[in-house]
Design a protein around this ligand. Sequence first.
Ligand code: ZN
Length: 309
Amino acid sequence: MNSKSKVLISEVGPRDGLQSISTIMPTADKLKWIEWEYQCGVREIEVGSFVSPKVLPQMADTAEVCKGARRHPDLTIAVLVPNLKGCEAAIEAGAHKISIPLSMSETHSIKNVRKTHAEMLEEIARCVAAVEQVASSARPHFEVGLSTAFGCTIEGKVPEDKVIEMAQRVLDIGVAEVGLSDTTGMGNPAQLERLATGIWARCGEGALTGVHLHNTRGQGLANVLRALDIGIRTIDSSLGGLGGCPAAPGASGNIVTEDLIFLLEAMGYETGIDLTALLRTRKQVEDLLPGEAWYGFTASAGLPLGWAN
Ligand code: ZN
């Protein structure tokens, strides 16, 4: 197999999943979850976010989780930060990948983080400066997640040229990369292709290598397929689609990791993740979170006879 067929799955359940449910998972359980997924072959996990514990008490132990997860040198520890304070805490905790969401909808940005685009760009510049102070051998990869890039629940349509322009602006500030985030699950494959190729044409192919898609309207895997077709090789997903979507009962929020691996491996892509083992991990994590809704078709249908990956 050539390197083109390798796909990196970035598991976001411990962050995106856990921050969307009210249950607070104890640190030791988060570390068990991370360890189990590591044993299945997962090599990048978004372990939490450095936000105020008043806003998201579920994420209050992110520094501890980072430190615990660092026991595997080949596991990339990703975190989300809303501002410089979070970015500094993430650097301190030894995160390898730090992502700050920048909402393409200014209304959403003001409502969510109480900052205009101009204020967010200043905050991002301060984060870039903080990251650059770290010795290059230990410097985390700092990226901006272009959130609500596919549409906003408040503003509705988000102009595509606005997304491309904002990508350019943050790259000019010095961030390593941007990611496309379908925060609201409104995206479609044609739109994904236009946004990605638009950003590549303006900022170069290295500017965008990953996507964060939601399955709110059932388009998650369709969008993944188009992302793969155009050459994107990092896909975010969440075990059991944890977190769900309050706006669409029955629909998972994130793409379900198990279903994504089924699709990829069946098509001949290499994820490095043992799906049989991951289905067992799903059960173990389900037991740690009683009462939560779990999603995904592969877990309920089972693997086909003769499945091996
Ligand atoms: Zn998300």
